[in-house]
Design a protein around this ligand. Structure first.
Ligand SMILES: C[S@@+](CC[C@H](N)C(=O)[O-])C[C@H]1O[C@@H](n2cnc3c(N)ncnc32)[C@H](O)[C@@H]1O
Length: 260
């Protein structure tokens, strides 16, 4: 059985919905945000769908620069834009979830590590509360497509920085404060922990970190375990796809697994 199927089965048997959640903070987060579609603005969902549709209909082939843990799907660096959007990008459901999370927590400043074609960037930047998103991408060709798309759909609050994460992250973190950081770049244990430690240097009580693909490999599960154990971390919510991290000192340390 492949790793992710096994990890998913384990998740299904150990996860929950809102029932039996005694933490008011987490209960509200689940019921008023994760499970609540009434906070969605239909006009904004239309824009998110149009952004995605453009990419899924784009058969142009680009030559991508591969970083980090590589791909479980692509064998070559010559890739169709539609295929990247389908295989490497976030789903529509999760794009909308990012939008809901930003709206619910009234997030203003966002850092995204790993833009690709900007699908998740669209979800992170569309909420009215979000004033600025800095998104980082190393591949010049992929980021070129993302830039065009973000301009076309008027995501004027997004700054896309192109470069190797190790080179650009320290400067970005030194010059900016973020309310939410979305980690979706290099899916190796060492890089995930390295970026977590770098970003942790500027957390405040309300900061939120979201790690993508925490059950993608045993390395990523081990990185997730390391993050959960960190002293600064209080509450975590594992949705299988994401590990959501809170640093609120008033909350007892507690880890939840929630089906969304
Ligand atoms: C999984 S994709 C991001 C997907 C995107 N967040 C979405 O859901 O639409 C990860 C991206 O991170 C970039 N990346 C990975 N490691 C990197 C590194 N060390 N430096 C710069 N970019 C990197 C890759 O080029 C790739 O486009």
């Amino acid at each position: 059985m492949n790793f992710q199927v096994w990890a998913y089965l384990k998740f299904i048997f150990s996860s929950n919905n809102q029932h039996g959640i005694h933490s008011p903070f987490v209960y509200h987060f689940i019921t008023q945000c994760l499970y609540n579609n009434s906070i969605n603005n239909p006009a904004k969902i239309k824009v998110l769908k149009a952004y995605r549709r453009d990419l899924l209909n784009n058969d142009t082939i680009i030559n991508v620069t591969d970083f980090g843990a590589g791909s479980k799907v692509f064998k070559s660096n010559e890739r169709r834009i539609s295929a990247i959007a389908k295989n490497a990008g976030i789903t529509l459901k999760n794009t909308i979830l990012l939008y809901k999370i930003c709206t619910y927590f009234k997030v203003s400043r966002v850092l995204e590590i790993g833009t690709s074609l900007g699908l998740s960037t669209s979800g992170l930047s569309i909420s009215d509360s979000v004033s600025k998103v800095i998104t980082l991408e190393g591949c010049p060709k992929t980021s070129g497509v993302a830039k065009q798309q973000l301009n076309k759909h008027q995501f004027n609050n997004v700054n896309l920085e192109v470069g190797e994460f190790n080179q650009i992250m320290p400067k970005v973190l030194k010059n900016n404060q973020f309310d939410l950081i979305y980690f979706d770049g290099n899916h190796t244990k060492s890089a995930t922990i390295e970026y977590f430690n770098l970003c942790k240097s500027q957390i405040k009580n309300e900061s939120i970190f979201i790690f993508d693909d925490i059950h993608w490999s045993s390395e990523m599960e081990s990185a997730w375990q390391h993050i959960k154990n960190d002293k600064a971390v209080s509450v975590t919510v594992d949705t299988f796809k994401w590990g959501i991290v809170f640093f609120r000192s008033e909350q007892p340390k507690q880890h939840f697994k929630i089906r969304v």
